[in-house]
Design a binder for this molecule. Structure first.
Ligand code: ATP
Ligand code: MG
Length: 617
């Protein structure tokens, strides 16, 4: 599978569309053509659904949403919105053992955070348990379902293979009366878990294994988080999903590619019911798209749970986690996800998207919306020896270079400043244009200074850099630009700077395919056209769980040990009072966000969302 680094043609267009100065507005992206949009346009054209467009996002409430879900949410809600339709939020809560209300609330909050609203259309698959049960009896009465009492092993053994047909169950010929009686007693709780299942009677010789008499009900003596102890039999996914869609009058049921083989079953179930007058036409249609596979992370719930429970991260909302709650704390934006989704598009075949595509989308969005601030992350003191000790001037840096209307803010300037340690070099490497003995540099928004010497501590480390300034070069005054200097560095006045905790986050994994046996670089991977045996061809199914199972190594071996570094930095006073979740650019460093949870007035905490440039390329 190819790895996409650069976005499709659309992305190039977006980049070009930005002004050479870097733009200032979010890159507006016109909706690109894709095959799902084409299907909907065609259905609108033919009047198949009378112009209605109803989609749904159907999460299982057994964990937090991840970046992959964002693709599905944006697709489903986006398609509904652009067609003046509706998108339902439906909790697919058919597994009583794994689900929880806590997850439902978090999921709903994440969908809302992404900017979507389901209105009154918040549903649960469990809302339909009564209807699903009635339909099951109807299938039995039609001779289209039977109670099978084989053991799970026997059922597995008689299912056949891709090349051999299955073997019909000895219970397949049970009478309607016997089936109804057994099914009602299953419901009444007369049998233990696993004693019987209800199966559809379709075709044990079908080339499609999903049509070989699929089980639709199983016995589970388990309490459900919404229906309590009302049921001890629960309907299975394939049976529940299509009927839920039909009952909600969904038009386009959009799901990931692994359900393609299930589509004949989806259609079979609702066709039978509609033909029998049990469901209204037109029936929903299932449309499959390629799931999001992203490098440098894992997007399987099982692995995300392991990361949290194993203490490898600081929780579900750790900014390094590929969850939407994590993305929010990271400082990522809903608009950045939209931009990302448009750039990667929607396709019918699986591919890997490189993490840099997501980071670029966030960077572009943050560039447009984040005000500029100054922070010195690794400070060393700069003393301007010819600057009066008792003087403080106020400089006025712009809040955004492309938005003069966003104004300026005061920033104190004085004799003693903090600058970045690496903006000074005693013996400069070639091409170093910042501070070095004898050289000149501009302190941005202030003066040109010339470095005159350094002081060192007992270990020989530079502790103070000395310089002199030229009073005639103050930025914004006449003639200030008469003298050109190459370097331009940021600073904070020692008496004005405020200490802040800054969390420097980086990618959670240090390799593109965590846990893959051979962790070649993404570059090798994209060169795959010439590669007769692409390493990750076995991932075509889209389930990255397979990698871990096939590999001797664990994805945990590939965690990036430097994915989080906590430092104490100096920030300008305006940041100390920033509201939580305010996103800013630390000039020359990157985009940062005031932490949602830990940031407080007097105790500023900032998280790095992304650096200014991609340091992984
Ligand atoms: P996981 O594989 O992480 O456990 P899931 O498919 O079990 O995810 P659900 O809650 O069942 O999670 O998914 C809800 C919806 O989100 C489904 O329609 C599913 O197709 C979609 N979805 C899940 N993962 C992705 C992904 N990586 N890319 C696009 N859509 C996804
Ligand atoms: Mg699922």
């Amino acid at each position: 599978m190819p790895v996409v680094h650069e976005q499709n043609g659309l992305h190039a267009a977006v980049r070009d569309a930005k002004s050479p100065a870097g733009g200032g507005r979010p890159a507006e992206v016109a909706p690109a053509a894709n095959f799902v949009r084409a299907i909907i346009a065609e259905d609108n054209h033919t009047g198949k659904y009378g112009g209605r467009v109803v989609t749904r996002f159907p999460p299982e409430p057994n964990g937090y949403l991840h970046y992959g879900h964002a693709k599905s949410i944006i697709l489903n809600f986006g398609l509904a919105a652009e067609n003046h339709g509706t998108c339902h939020l439906r909790f697919d809560d058919t597994n009583p053992l794994k689900e929880d209300v806590e997850f439902e609330d978090a999921i709903a909050a994440s969908v809302r955070w992404l900017g979507f609203d389901w209105g009154e259309h918040r549903y649960h698959a469990s809302d339909y348990y009564d209807a699903l049960y009635r339909y099951a009896e109807w299938f039995i009465e039609q001779g289209l379902a039977y109670v099978d009492s084989q053991t799970p092993e026997e059922m597995r053994a008689t299912r056949g293979t891709l090349t051999e047909p299955g073997i019909e169950s000895p219970h397949r010929a049970r009478s309607v009366a016997e089936n109804l009686d057994l099914f009602r007693r299953m419901r009444a709780g007369e049998f233990p878990d696993g004693a019987h299942v209800l199966r559809l009677k379709i075709d044990m010789a079908s080339a499609n294994l999903n049509l070989r008499d699929p089980a639709i009900y199983r016995i589970r003596h388990a309490r459900h988080h919404r229906t309590g102890d009302k049921w001890c039999i629960y309907p299975l996914y394939d049976y529940t999903h299509c009927i839920s869609d039909a009952l909600e009058r969904i038009t386009h049921s959009i799901c990931t590619l692994e359900f393609q083989d299930h589509r004949p079953l989806y259609d079979w179930v609702i066709e039978q019911l509609a033909a029998g007058g049990q469901l209204l036409r037109p029936l929903p249609q299932q449309v499959e798209f390629a799931r999001l596979n992203l490098t440098y992370v894992v997007l399987s719930k099982r692995k995300l749970i392991e990361l949290v429970e194993g203490g490898h991260v600081d929780g579900w909302d750790d900014p390094r986690m590929p969850t939407l709650v994590g993305a929010r704390r990271r400082g990522f934006t809903p608009e950045g996800f939209q931009l990302f989704a448009e750039r990667i598009g929607v396709s019918k075949s699986d591919s890997w998207i490189d993490m840099s595509v997501l980071e670029d989308a966030m960077r572009d969005d943050l560039n447009a919306r984040a005000q500029r601030r100054v922070a010195v992350l690794d400070p060393v003191k700069l003393v301007i020896d010819n600057y009066p000790a008792d003087t403080v001037e106020t400089m006025h840096p712009p809040n955004h270079p492309q938005h003069p209307e966003w104004g300026r803010r005061p920033l104190a300037f004085g004799r003693e400043l903090w600058i970045e340690r690496d903006d000074f070099a005693e013996t400069p490497p070639k091409g170093f244009f910042r501070l070095t003995p004898g050289a000149e540099v501009r302190l941005r928004y202030a003066y040109i200074v010339r470095c005159t010497g350094v002081e060192k501590d007992a270990d020989g480390r530079v502790s103070v850099v000395h310089c002199t300034y030229d009073p005639a070069t103050r930025s914004g005054t006449a003639g200030a630009d008469a003298r050109k200097v190459k370097g331009n560095i940021h600073w904070l006045a020692v008496g004005d700077a405020v200490q802040a905790e800054v969390r420097l986050y980086d990618r959670l994994f240090r390799v593109p395919f965590p846990g893959a046996r051979n962790t070649r670089s993404v570059k090798d991977e994209t060169a795959g056209a010439a590669d007769p045996l692409p390493l990750h061809a076995h991932l075509l199914a889209g389930d990255d769980d397979e990698v871990a199972d096939a590999a001797e190594r664990s994805y945990l071996d590939d965690l990036n040990p430097a994915s989080k570094r906590v430092i104490t930095a100096y920030v300008e006073p305006a940041l100390a009072t920033a509201p939580a979740e305010e996103r800013v650019q630390f000039e020359r460093h990157g985009y940062f966000v005031a932490d949602l949870i830990d940031h407080a007035p007097g105790r500023p905490v900032f998280n790095r969302a992304v650096t200014l440039k991609d340091s992984w390329k």
